[in-house]
Write a protein that binds this ligand. Structure first.
Ligand SMILES: C[S@@+](CC[C@H](N)C(=O)[O-])C[C@H]1O[C@@H](n2cnc3c(N)ncnc32)[C@H](O)[C@@H]1O
Length: 341
């Protein structure tokens, strides 16, 4: 090839490939550069991946890939695009927001003080915003709000199932029956299983997101901070002869409804309008989510099926189904459900 490539045209207005992403490039262009500079099995990276053209082409050409972007919209567009590629290998979406949070924590509560002190002040700050009183002398229970004990998750890691269980143990030990856990991120598959499990043990458990506004001085000063319960998913598992299973999505509780601009909210008439895409891993093993079935809205097809295709398990057994719902704002909610076939 010469230096000037004029044989590849920009995407035409009505092109099938077009995703309405302002800077989108034609796949043919990336195909040429990827073929010229890598071999199948190599890793191709685009750290400003936009609508994901590089990654989609890398996937189609049998390369492995890494993509990054700071825009949630870019990630959302890219994810849907990659999932739409027939036979695409499983991939993970990781959120590195914790660096920003760590920086905030250091800048706000750090300084010359020791680490223990920093954590203590961070917890006191979140408790205050939540309207809870600090508690001393406890291991995992940091505060109390009304009748509820409060546990605060750390800034740089997801709240784990073990962590919640330890807090539950401590509640039981001190004869308390209500626990609120506040976290930035959550171990995959945490809810609703853990809430039911807590209920069985006599604890009313509430899981709440710490909103990113806590890092904004203005919002804090205005007293605008609200903590919302985790979104949650309900499904119906239908079993048939021969280890055949279908899943129906029966509810998606979207906690931020009153934060949505009114003109958008007016158009939403039922819970499923919040769902942009949902997918199933039929045999989740506490590792990467492997999509076995999935459905999403496209610009052409706005209707979303709420029942999956049928899945047949090869062997009888107890499996974990993970259902992942991506809402229309690109938030990710994953939940696990056991199934015996
Ligand atoms: C021109 S577009 C991407 C084009 C894409 N590489 C392609 O070839 O089609 C640039 C992207 O960079 C992202 N971006 C800008 N600053 C960034 C940063 N500091 N870290 C990660 N992504 C960033 C933007 O959100 C935008 O999606």
């Amino acid at each position: 090839m010469g230096n000037l490539w004029i044989d590849i045209l920009p995407l035409a207005a009505g092109s099938e490939e077009r995703l309405d992403f302002a800077t989108q490039k034609p796949e043919a262009l990336l195909e040429r550069t990827i073929k010229a500079s890598s071999n199948p099995g190599d890793v191709v990276a685009d750290f400003f991946c936009g609508s994901g053209t590089t990654l989609a082409v890398a996937e189609k050409l049998g390369r492995r890939w890494i993509g990054c972007d700071l825009s949630r919209w870019a990630i959302h567009t890219t994810r849907k695009r990659l999932l739409g590629i027939e036979g695409a290998k499983p991939f993970e979406v990781l959120n590195l927001g914790k660096y920003e949070r760590k920086y905030w924590m250091g800048a706000t509560f750090g300084g010359k003080k020791d680490e223990q002190r920093t954590i203590y002040e961070y917890i006191a700050f979140i408790l205050k915003l939540y309207g809870a009183q600090p508690l001393s002398g406890m291991q995992h229970l940091h505060g109390k709000k009304g009748k509820a004990m409060v546990h605060i998750g750390v800034v740089d890691a997801p709240v784990t199932i073990d962590e919640v269980n330890t807090a539950i143990e401590e509640c039981l030990a001190v004869n308390q029956s209500e626990l609120h856990v506040l976290g930035w991120e959550w171990e995959m598959g945490m809810s609703p299983y853990i809430v039911q499990e807590a209920k069985r043990r006599g604890i009313k458990l509430l899981l709440l997101n710490i909103p990113r506004e806590v890092m904004e001085q203005q919002a804090v000063d205005k007293g605008d901070i609200r903590f919302f319960e985790l979104a949650h998913v309900e499904i119906d598992i239908k079993k048939a002869e021969g280890r055949r299973v279908t899943v129906e999505l029966t509810d998606f509780a979207f906690p931020y409804a009153d934060l949505i601009p009114e003109d958008v909210r007016e158009k939403i008439t039922k819970w499923s309008d919040y769902v942009d895409y949902w997918a199933i891993d039929w045999d989740f093993r506490n590792d990467t989510f492997m999509q076995g079935w999935g459905a999403y809205r496209t610009r052409k097809e706005r209707k979303l099926p709420l029942s999956s295709d049928e899945h047949t398990y090869d062997k009888p057994g107890v499996y974990t189904i993970m259902v992942k719902v991506i809402d229309i704002f690109g938030n990710d909610t994953s939940q696990t459900f056991p199934v015996e076939v």
